[in-house]
Design a protein around this ligand. Structure first.
Ligand code: KG4
Ligand code: ZN
Length: 331
């Protein structure tokens, strides 16, 4: 106890999960729309909303059935209401409101980014604080100083593209498909970084902010020149791009950890699934004597377990949302 049903529809996954006590995962259903959006080379917001409407009932039904519970056993319904695609968010939020009203149980609204962070707390119950948390998703790239599980302060962020967005845009430009992160990672496996030379943007600055749009432009310029010379090797470009982006994420995170005397490092969001990022952060963390935590692959990308988990402390504190609460596209 308590049993919380989580619902997540902020982008292109329709997800529902039941989590007990904020930690024990009873079910985790994710219906991905990737195959549909791939046809368009990226997420089409209106298509995403429509697909959420089609799928949400079944996804929630499966999550409850898979948990071994019945609707009557649920103690609360938690839903992502910010940030995200507004139409997509509204589908999950409207469903959750009706569900909460129908069952006469509390509604809890969750910040999607806090959900990503909480994925770590579900899987690693003994994280040492203060911690530096790198949130890297399709829409966000931020560094947070976390004093404990729920108090955090923004200490750096991207001034333009998010890391995942850069992966997606570069993959699209190189013809590697959607979503870009896994496609670039795969191409890079058989490529050589260093054949092209891309900038490590902002590493020379003392602040903890990021910028990835210049890196994307550098890829485009060098790629066109390489094509003219007949020396365009897509796997090598993918490998250099991945390394240039990951090195900046790792070095800035390590700098933040040093500056704020952090005891540990946490990574979350879809880009935290990247194998080079995991590997480099882990080895730099070991060098500096700080443990590095990241969620298992299934909890890195969008899911509802992290939403049900993040709602648990709010449930305990009685922080419930009224039924007229709205969705917010941005924070
Ligand atoms: O957290 P997420 O599932 O959704 C958002 O909240 O945005 O993150 C999606 C992003 C996409 O940009 C995707 O390309 C990226 O995460 N991603 C990756 C990998 N897997 C997903 N980026 C790099 N390497 C990966 N293996
Ligand atoms: Zn996300």
């Amino acid at each position: 106890m308590p049993y919380i049903l989580g619902i997540e529809t902020s982008c292109d996954e329709t997800a529902a999960a039941v989590v007990e006590n904020g930690r024990h995962i009873l079910s985790n259903i994710v219906n991905s729309q990737i195959d549909i959006h791939r046809l368009f080379g990226g997420v089409v917001p209106e298509v995403a909303s429509r697909k959420h409407v089609e799928n949400i009932g079944l996804v929630v039904e499966k999550a409850i059935a898979g948990s071994g519970l019945t609707m009557a056993d649920l103690d609360a319904v938690a839903v992502t209401n910010r940030p995200g695609l507004i139409g997509a968010l509204l589908v999950g939020l409207s469903f959750a409101k009706a569900f909460a009203y129908g069952l006469n149980i509390p509604l809890i609204t969750v910040n999607h980014l806090y959900g990503h962070i909480y994925a770590n707390i579900i899987e690693h119950p003994h994280i040492e604080f203060p911690a530096i948390c790198l949130v890297v998703s399709g829409g966000h790239t931020s560094l947070l100083l976390m004093e404990n599980e729920s108090d955090y302060q923004l200490i750096g962020e991207t001034l333009d593209d998010a890391a995942g967005e850069a992966f997606d845009k570069v993959a699209r430009f190189l013809g590697l498909g959607y979503p870009g992160g896994p496609a670039i990672q795969k191409a890079a496996e058989s490529g050589q970084p260093g054949r092209y030379s891309l900038p490590r943007v902002f590493l020379n600055r003392s602040d903890l902010d990021f910028s990835f749009s210049g890196l994307k432009t550098a890829v485009m310029n060098q790629w066109r020149k390489a094509q003219q010379r007949g020396e365009a090797h897509v796997n090598d470009m993918a490998a250099e791009f991945q390394r240039a982006l990951v090195e900046v994420l790792v070095e800035k995170t390590m700098e933040a950890a040093k500056r704020y005397k952090a005891q540990s490092i946490i990574m979350s969001g879809g880009v935290a699934a990247n194998s080079l990022l995991r590997e480099l952060m882990m080895s730099r963390g070991q060098e500096s004597g700080r443990p590095v935590y990241y969620p298992s692959l299934s909890l890195c990308t969008d899911n509802a377990v992290m939403i049900a988990g993040a709602a648990y402390p709010m449930f305990v504190q009685g922080r419930f949302a009224p039924l007229n609460v709205n969705a917010q596209a941005s924070l």
